[in-house]
Design a binder for this molecule. Structure first.
Ligand SMILES: *Cc1c(COP(=O)(O)O)cnc(C)c1O
Length: 356
């Protein structure tokens, strides 16, 4: 593909990071954009330009039939000033796997990774340096042909936008109350549960809103067929720490293959834990809690990194874990991952990509 064009009018970065950052509200000076046109043969006009409004036809396919996929990752400014990305190639691989399933043309991973590095380099002053802060990165692809028939688009936009963010839990790492839903499901085998595609999140809003009304922060979904096995929590994968095992549901097409999940599995194996990807029924969780064999539950995802589960409700069952305190293993994993992110620990697994 062609060289990335950097629009000449926007080389001066005008940085105004608010004191109180609300997740996903503030955007940096620039964004990366490229356009796919079937007739012109592939991705065209890679450009870094000023972040601005779009003008899009109301008939654009994405608004009607939802051909939209995205990713979420972070850049961290380390204590020595270097900027690190955590396993970014995994995010673009996953974007391509979402693309395949949604009939969206794939992107060239090396090219886009380079574009991301250039973009961050240009907007580097936007990366907050306070403890726990980072730059959230949102790649996005959608179909924009103006057409009212259901078919795959022939024109797509790819964007990368950047947003400075504070720590997910501003008052410190805190356990969250979770409601296991016996009413709503998230995904079925053969569906799109393993894609980061827009509709999955629209479909989760009502369950989330109802859980919130009952005082819960997140919904734990069970499998759609038997409503028995744990799947995942909102935008996090779930782990269960039993007395002699750490288990997480296997990837069967209904669960988002989280990069934090993948990393946590590797770390736990390195630490010598008995780790398994397997079916975990909600009854097994309840029974082990009753027998004192359940140590903790935690969620994994880029936004919060690790989220300890403080309370769980399912039908008539309700339990508080660790007296409402953060679980020990969740805490240890949180420290391990954030130490890597901020360069406080040597990156022996080669997970970091640096921007110079
Ligand atoms: C993004 C996401 C996750 C977590 O994935 P990470 O790569 O670890 O951030 C888990 N579940 C869902 C539904 C998600 O959208």
């Amino acid at each position: 593909m062609a060289e990335i064009i950097i629009a000449p009018t926007v080389e001066k970065v005008d940085v105004k990071i608010p004191d109180k950052l609300i997740f996903g509200r503030t955007f940096t000076t620039h964004l990366f954009e490229m356009t796919y046109d079937e007739e012109l043969g592939g991705w065209q006009n890679p450009t870094i330009k000023k972040f601005s409004e779009l003008s899009i036809n109301p008939a654009a396919l994405v608004f009607h039939y939802g051909q939209s996929i995205f990713e979420g990752l972070k850049a961290y400014k380390q204590d020595d000033g270097r900027i690190a990305l955590f396993r970014p190639e995994k995010n673009f691989e996953r974007l391509n796997s979402s693309a395949k399933r949604m009939c969206i043309p794939e992107i060239d991973i090396d090219f886009v990774l380079n574009a991301l590095k250039e973009l961050i380099s240009l907007d580097r002053d936007w990366i907050p340096t306070k403890p726990g802060h980072s730059l959230y990165i949102r790649p996005l692809v959608f179909a924009y042909d103006p057409f009212l028939g259901v078919r795959p688009g022939g024109k797509y936009k790819f964007f990368i936008m950047l947003s400075p963010v504070g720590p997910y839990y501003p008052e410190g790492f805190k356990p969250v109350p979770i409601l296991a839903s016996d009413k709503y499901v998230r995904a079925v085998r053969g569906g799109v549960g393993d894609c980061k595609t827009a509709g999955n999140y629209a479909a989760s809003l009502l369950a989330q809103a109802e859980a919130k009304k009952e005082g819960f922060t997140q919904v734990l979904y069970l499998d759609a067929l038997e409503r028995k096995y744990l799947e995942e929590v909102g935008t996090m994968n779930i782990f269960v720490h039993f007395e002699d095992e750490v288990a997480t549901p296997g990837l069967g097409g209904t669960i988002l293959p989280g990069i934090t999940r993948m990393s946590v599995l590797e770390i736990l194996k390195d630490w010598g834990y008995n780790v398994n990807e397997r079916n975990i029924s909600i009854d097994e969780v309840i029974e082990s809690h009753k027998n004192g064999k359940l140590k903790e539950l935690f969620g994994t995802g880029t936004a919060a990194v690790i989220s300890s589960v403080g309370r769980l409700k399912y039908k008539d069952f309700e339990a508080v874990f660790n007296n409402g305190e953060v679980g020990e293993l969740g805490q240890k994993l949180y420290k391990e991952l954030t130490d890597l992110h901020y360069g406080r620990k040597e990156d022996l697994r080669g997970w970091l990509t640096y921007i110079d």
